[in-house]
Design a protein around this ligand. Sequence first.
Ligand SMILES: Nc1nc2c(ncn2[C@@H]2O[C@H](COP(=O)(O)OP(=O)(O)OP(=O)(O)O)[C@@H](O)[C@H]2O)c(=O)[nH]1
Ligand SMILES: [Mg+2]
Ligand SMILES: [Zn+2]
Length: 313
Amino acid sequence: MDTYKGVVIRSTGSWCTVLSDNGKLTECKLKGNFRIKGIRSTNPLAVGDKVEFIFQQDIKIGLIHTIADRFNYIIRKATRLSAMSHIIAANIDQAVVMVTLSRPRTSTGFIDRFLVTAEAYHIPAFLIFNKCDQYTEAEMIVLNKMIDLYSGLGYPCFKTSALFNQGIEEVNELLRAKVSLVAGHSGVGKTALINVIEPGVIRKVGEISEYHHKGKHTTTFAEMIPLSNGGFVIDTPGIKEFGLVNFDKQEVPERFPEMRNLMHKCQFNNCTHVHEPGCAVKSALAKGLLSQSRYSNYISIINDEYFEETEWD
Ligand SMILES: Nc1nc2c(ncn2[C@@H]2O[C@H](COP(=O)(O)OP(=O)(O)OP(=O)(O)O)[C@@H](O)[C@H]2O)c(=O)[nH]1
Ligand SMILES: [Mg+2]
Ligand SMILES: [Zn+2]
């Protein structure tokens, strides 16, 4: 019996598709008694997992017997109150959040939660502002302010239009030879952009509802797409909100680069930057040196009920 090595490019519950080192795709499942330690997850196998499997000639499927240790993964709660989590993807080099200002609207709260998550996992993060063809002048001003803010914090920003092929070359360069997770609300154009970058395999793109100006969850599970530039891009289903699983309130300021650089100047070393005297963060905020939206999102993150969850091994 031959053992093969590969990477999971699609995963739906217990079945998955593995791209082997020899370029072949094989439908695989986990060997019957396989147990995974550590994470209580609804999906034992995630897109991006490196696995080894034995191909069963008689039934033409692969049985996975080894999952390599993940060097990182992005996780969210299966549902808001659930004790289970869902691994969105594993072994990611960089994370891209795709943003649209309208149709659908992406809030800075969503963006900052995404960036905090990426910081927590030490994954470099980028922003792509898509649908630049459809904004009014007033919206373009807001967009440029957001770009100033986020690029100033060290998160490179890109402007694109998947519809009119704008900004595509830069994004193609960004994705070269890396495994990139692409996340964002339903309808922002994640799949549309991937279709433009890799026109060989056209994937289903959805409509925006006329009434809600939101997408309709066209992509229903994460999928890893090999690019001809040597990279892999992970298209994810539109995420409404990021549940921040598995971390401690006190760590949150460190996930904000602008706070990380100031915290050591606070009077108290356990300062939460909310009400304490001698807080360097609050004084920078009062002087207009920190962004009010980032600070408000920090407050909302530390007050978030998701932090109540503590049951992880
Ligand atoms: N005007 C404009 N429309 C776009 C652009 N990119 C995508 N769209 C449209 O937006 C709609 C949603 O695009 P999708 O690619 O399905 O969005 P998605 O982010 O993959 O959505 P989910 O799979 O539901 O998460 C489609 O009707 C696209 O044609 C763009 O740059 N400009
Ligand atoms: Mg999609
Ligand atoms: Zn402080």
